[in-house]
Design a protein around this ligand. Structure first.
Ligand SMILES: Nc1ncnc2c1ncn2[C@@H]1O[C@H](COP(=O)(O)OP(=O)(O)O)[C@@H](O)[C@H]1O
Ligand SMILES: [Mg+2]
Length: 359
């Protein structure tokens, strides 16, 4: 292959590539390498361009006669990035003094995904373990010290009942989450009348609201509002959001549920429907807002737990709204309250439904 062709190939590679001579000077770098390490790196010493002992060891070994070495490094750019480094010997080429080629493959995304998976398993195990430990403890107490104590037995059985229900809720939410994630790329094919759906959800939650002396206000008699969607999944969305509003607002206040048709959904640009769920209360501090839809993220873990939460509700909501090509927003003012909004397109973007591969 000609030198020109080799240079063009190096240039076309998406991964940073450096050619290095016998004195560890960078004789050539492609654009990806210049973007990462600086535009002026050609002619500089590798020792200065990439201050990474593992990389220098690998290069020294290859220049010393080994065919191939690899290394892993982390670089602090605007974010921390991980790279898999491959250093390979180059046959002495006539017109070039390059002796080794160094290829940097960015594995940050794979590392992050692996970390998320590991964190998720840790979180699930932890969340299941704590009610399970309580159950084991109650069983031991009932077999031992509380064996003949009738009132203690009833109290412990009540606690065991609520702990086992907590485990069941967690498992239901985990299954729900994995089902929704698996379907996220497939558009729902039904048509849903949202006013009736919201009336059903508010009815289902009215007991819980009464228990906290709250009212849920919703204009159930208004005009019908249709949107393409899946009835069960949208029920799950609004059940979670209204349930949160009911749980996290002070007693004797009002939860407002409103639905409106709008010309253009912000960011999406299509006509659609917006459903707002507003509650009074302390509000959510701004630093928590971007993380609320992460699995198991809770502003106040103790409070969520006493209210019977799993920390998965908003993660489920987010995935279902994504599947409907909608948008979820949250606004919260400290000392005043919180408004969650779900935007759902009422028509399908034709170009988009032809090409779902982008999702
Ligand atoms: N309407 C709301 N007002 C205040 N905080 C809320 C509201 N909705 C959700 N949150 C916060 O977001 C967290 C995550 O919500 P969610 O995923 O539904 O989990 P949980 O099972 O705890 O309800 C909650 O623990 C709570 O801290
Ligand atoms: Mg919830």
């Amino acid at each position: 292959m000609t030198t020109v062709a080799t240079a063009a190939i190096l240039q076309a590679l998406p991964d940073p590539v450096l050619l290095i001579d016998g004195k560890k000077t960078i004789v050539s770098a492609n654009d990806a390498a210049k973007n990462l390490l600086g535009a002026q790196i050609e002619g500089r010493s590798l020792v200065l361009a990439l201050r990474q002992p593992e990389v220098l060891d690998a290069v020294n070994d290859v220049l010393g006669g080994e065919d191939h070495r690899s290394a892993h490094i982390s670089l602090m750019t605007s974010v921390r990035r991980s790279f898999d480094i491959q250093v390979t010997t180059l046959e002495a080429a006539a017109q070039s003094n390059a002796r080794a080629v160094l290829i940097m493959h960015d594995i940050t995304a794979a590392r992050n995904a692996e970390q998320m998976r590991a964190d998720f398993v840790t979180n699930v195990s932890h969340e299941l373990r704590s009610p399970l430990s309580s159950l084991v403890g109650f069983i031991e107490t009932l077999r031992g010290p509380a064996r003949d104590d009738e009132s203690a037995r009833d109290r412990f059985l009540d606690l065991m009942d609520s702990e086992s229900k907590r485990m069941a809720r967690l498992i239901d939410d985990l299954l729900s989450l994995s089902r929704v994630e698996a379907n996220e790329h497939i558009l729902p094919d039904g048509q849903v009348e949202l006013r009736a759906l919201l009336a059903d959800v508010t009815d289902a939650l009215s007991m819980r609201a009464n228990g906290r002396s709250l009212t849920i206000s919703f204009a159930r008699d208004g005009a019908s509002v249709f949107a393409p969607g899946d009835w069960d999944e949208l029920t799950e969305v609004f059940h979670n959001l209204i349930d949160n509003a009911v749980k996290y607002c002070p007693e004797h206040t009002k939860v407002r549920v409103e639905i409106d048709e709008i010309e253009r959904i912000p960011e999406i640009g299509l006509p659609g429907v917006v459903i707002a769920i507003a509650n009074e209360g302390d509000g959510i501090p701004a630093e928590h807002l971007p993380r609320l839809t992460e699995r198991f993220y809770r502003v106040d873990k103790g409070r969520s737990r006493t209210m019977g939460g799993t920390g998965l509700g908003l993660a489920i909501v987010k995935h279902i709204v994504n599947r409907h090509r909608g948008q979820l927003t949250v606004d919260s003012a400290l000392g005043q309250g919180t408004v969650f909004k779900v935007f759902l397109p009422s028509v399908r973007d034709v170009a988009e439904s032809d090409d779902l591969s982008q999702y």
